[in-house]
Design a protein around this ligand. Structure first.
Ligand code: GDP
Ligand code: GDP
Length: 435
């Protein structure tokens, strides 16, 4: 499982600066999707080959009374569920009452946290840190987030050794296509999971130890193998009356990460809301392929249906390569038809293309539409090979590739997508200069 790091600290200590540094290498690989504003609260990063998920809990000020209660609840839950908690303080401002309240909260929650003294640039780091000894943390790090100092070594110390994800092993345990069913609370995930598994299907699966983890449910349909990653905890409940599980952003992020294909459930009665958009952003950042299920389509009048369809077409126009289904999990309408897209997504995410095919495609694309000139010389793109799957990574070699404009990268992505028939999955491009 990908480890999850939660950043805690009062406003202005540098959480978002640290967050950006931790996720930056990642962003460089992801094409930007015009129209998609990303939530800068959760992201993925890499350090020395180890992948991690980072959450900026932001909302905690140490003064919960003044806060949006739901925000605070989500933040507290994220701290509770994280593998590593980093408590950030400001080495310039010194110790404040807000820091003490957060430290007190962490102590009472019994959650082990590491103290990170930020903004140690331009001063003696040990002096900066001394102010915070009274908080009583035995694990301290000194960093300067804005200058990217101390972050790599801190992560190297905190993160586990990178394990090579043994696709073989995991595939043995969880056969077939892994489908993650995710979405905000109440959109109908549990209902959909029950519908997909069928009422009377006998399934055997491992029950995870904690409610933080999704339930992995292998099953068969029309002779094909799948594993459903259930974030709603449907099968954990002993009976239908048992309370629905709390929504957990960490569980959701990990399920996305572990899936081949994500079915993102949206509530048609509410339309697309910001949290849906943030989840979509995370799915794309994680490089997973996506099927959109607009649920509760039953019993809606034609005007409302038209309005929702129009809104989705407008806000998701950057996602025209992902299939959208209008379904009723309650009645089962449209649920079976989604499998066609699940397979198309899986085939796209796992496809392998030979180097000569990718290079020919690249050269055709360049011949159709030349990259621009930079410093009086034309940017050259020479050959391409595949660098990975789920998501497909295309590595392009050439000269002056750092100067390649975003619009040209999008042109390449669209061209490759069309010719290679990549459905539902993002494509990642890496550009390497050979001079
Ligand atoms: P957040 O509210 O905790 O997310 O804090 P921000 O990341 O927005 O940072 C607050 C301010 O501190 C910004 O003006 C940053 O530029 C500044 N800052 C962040 N990290 C450092 C650092 O390492 N050194 C210095 N000198 N300033 C920093
Ligand atoms: P979850 O929190 O995402 O797992 O959502 P649930 O599956 O628990 O569903 C939340 C509520 O929406 C329940 O009252 C469901 O009966 C209802 N619901 C789920 N799917 C549908 C649907 O397709 N149509 C209608 N009308 N209601 C639905």
């Amino acid at each position: 499982m990908t480890p999850v790091i939660a950043l805690v600290g009062r406003p202005n200590v540098g959480k978002s600066t640290l967050f950006n540094q931790m996720t930056r290498s990642r962003d460089a690989l992801v094409a930007d999707f015009p129209g998609l504003t990303r939530d800068r609260k959760y992201g993925e990063g890499y350090n020395e080959g180890q992948k991690f998920i980072v959450i900026d809990t932001g909302g905690l000020t140490g003064d919960e009374a003044g806060l949006d209660a739901e925000m605070a609840r989500q933040s507290l839950q994220a701290i509770e569920e994280a593998d590593i908690v980093l408590f950030l303080v400001d080495g310039r401002a010194g110790l404040t009452a807000g820091d003490e309240m957060i430290a007190d909260h962490l102590r009472r929650s019994g959650k082990k946290a590491h103290l990170v003294v930020n903004k140690t640039d331009g001063q003696d780091p040990d002096v900066a840190a001394a102010d915070f000894y009274s908080l009583g943390f035995d694990s301290n790090f000194l960093i300067a987030a804005a200058h990217n100092r101390g972050i790599r070594s801190m992560l190297a110390e905190l993160l586990p050794e990178p394990e090579n994800p043994e696709e073989e092993d995991r595939a043995d345990r969880y056969p077939g296509i892994r489908i993650g069913v995710v979405g905000r609370p109440n959109v109908g995930k549990s209902t959909l999971v029950n519908r997909m598994l069928g009422e009377d299907r006998v399934v055997v699966y491992d029950m995870p130890g904690t409610t933080r983890d999704s339930v992995y449910i292998p099953y068969e349909r029309h002779g094909e193998q799948y594993t459903l990653i259930d974030t709603a905890g449907v099968r954990r409940r002993k009976n239908v009356n048992e309370a629905v599980e709390k929504f957990s952003i960490i569980k959701t992020l990990q399920a996305i990460d572990d899936a081949h294909v994500v079915i993102l459930v949206i509530d048609a009665r509410q339309g697309l809301v910001d949290q849906d958009m943030h989840l979509i952003g995370f799915v794309l950042d994680a490089g997973r392929s996506l099927v959109i299920a607009v649920n509760k389509w039953d019993g809606m009048d034609p005007d409302d249906r038209a309005r929702v369809k129009e809104q989705i077409a407008r806000r998701l126009d950057f996602l025209d390569y992902a299939d959208k289904y209008y379904i009723s999990a309650l009645h089962g309408t449209g649920v079976g038809t989604m499998y066609e897209s699940v397979h198309a997504c899986y085939d796209s995410a796992m496809a392998k293309w030979p180097t000569n095919r990718l290079t020919a495609l690249l050269q055709d694309a360049v011949a159709q539409h030349q990259p621009p000139m930079v410093h009086g010389r034309r940017i050259k793109l020479r050959y391409a090979h595949q660098g990975g799957s789920n998501p497909p990574v295309i590595v392009v070699h050439g000269n002056q590739v750092d100067a390649l404009p975003g619009a040209y990268k999008r042109y390449l992505e669209n061209t490759f997508r069309k010719v290679l028939k990549v459905v539902g999955s993002p494509i990642r491009f890496e550009f390497r200069s050979s001079e």
